[in-house]
Design a protein around this ligand. Structure first.
Ligand code: FA5
Length: 341
């Protein structure tokens, strides 16, 4: 801007020059040179007062704008480092998120509760593995080489041939070997094995590709199907806190003989239709441990018998809370998860 009054033009040049070196840009508005212009205005003859006052105000506005441009460039946003755990432009750095902001995932809470019930029923707990091998996934649980039953457990395999387990039955051989000495002492093998499992699966409201199971393994002398049903019913009644309608239907698993599917009545929110099949939710697979599986762990099937089951934890939790879609668990929807905290 050009100023008519030379004394204003002079102060304008001085202050613009000064502004460049000032750390606190706004202090230019308190500069004595600017103040002196206002002092001069008071003593000015009436006829000049209006035009002089306008120019002094214009200068003030010009300087104010300049200080804002300066501070804007000083505060210019840094580019965002997408690898940083927080936005660098946020003045107050959040630091680590404290425990009060988080919570235990509902599935892990329920898993602890399930294990607790089995502990009280005399079962030990052993955690399953998230990476396993062909022997434990198939051979040790009596899948013959190239048998089509292997296709039911289609899962992810690394280029080195390691397997993301499709069920917790991969642990049967390990726990049978680990607790075999119990039998020699006249005690049963009683183990519950929670773990995450993976399948090449078409997902829907009751099917996930990654989900959690817990396996049960019980071996002793004289164990029969009646013990299996009684154990599962005792567990389910404790878990749901009520009597349940349950049914056992024949099934096929290579590692149990006979094999069953244990189904319980679906809550209405989980019903797809009104047919008999729609009424039931397959909760778990179970059966009497196949003699070959016992033999492969060095246990004599002529002396000892046992039962095993594998149950989906999500399926149990869906039933317990009447949740309509299994995919909520892994959806990271806080409004869903917070209902359980
Ligand atoms: C098995 O995985 C057997 N290993 C179970 C078993 C163990 C039988 C020991 C006998 C002795 P199945 O594929 O049916 O069986 O799965 C067992 C349970 O896991 C099902 O009943 C269900 O509760 C759960 N489940 C299976 N597939 C899914 C899935 N895609 N999403 C969520 N839960 C599933």
């Amino acid at each position: 801007m050009t100023y008519e009054y030379p004394e204003i033009a002079k102060v304008a040049d001085e202050l613009h020059a000064k502004l460049k070196d000032l750390a606190d840009k706004k202090s230019v508005l308190r500069d004595p040179a600017l103040k002196s212009l206002y002092e001069q205005l008071k003593n000015m003859p009436q006829e000049h007062r209006g035009s002089f006052g306008k120019e002094v105000n214009a200068l003030r506005e010009e300087l104010t704008a300049a200080t804002e441009i300066g501070s804007a460039s000083a505060n210019a946003l840094q580019s965002i480092d997408v690898t940083a755990p927080f936005d660098v432009n946020v003045k107050k750095k959040p630091g680590l998120i404290g425990p009060e902001a988080g919570g235990v995932h509902p599935l892990m809470k329920e898993q602890d509760y399930i294990v607790d019930i089995f502990n009280r029923m005399g079962f030990n707990a052993v955690e399953s593995r998230q990476i396993d091998d062909d022997y434990h996934m198939f051979t040790s649980v009596n899948f013959p080489e190239d048998h089509p039953a292997r296709d039911d457990y289609d899962t992810f395999v690394t280029s080195e041939g390691l397997i993301a387990p499709a069920h917790t039955s991969t642990m049967q051989n390990r726990v049978l070997k680990q607790y075999k000495e119990n039998l020699e002492r006249g005690e049963p093998i009683a183990v519950v094995i929670p773990g995450r499992v993976y399948r090449n699966e078409d997902i829907d409201v009751t099917h996930e590709h990654t989900f959690n199971q817990f396996e049960g393994v019980y071996v002793n002398k004289g164990v029969n199907v009646g013990n299996l049903v009684a154990t599962l019913k005792a567990f389910l009644s404790e878990y749901f806190g009520q009597e349940l309608k349950a049914k056992l239907q024949p099934f096929y698993f290579p590692f149990t003989e006979p094999s069953f599917e244990f189904a319980i009545e679906r809550p209405e929110v989980l019903r797809k239709g009104n047919s008999e099949a729609d009424m039931w939710l397959e909760l778990l697979g179970c059966g009497m441990i196949h003699p070959n599986v016992l033999k492969m762990a060095g246990i004599d099937p002529e002396i000892y018998t046992g039962f095993a089951w594998g149950c989906g934890i999500e399926r149990l939790v869906l039933m317990k809370y009447g949740i309509e879609d299994i995919r909520h668990f892994e959806s990271a929807k806080l409004e869903f998860l917070r209902q359980f905290s």
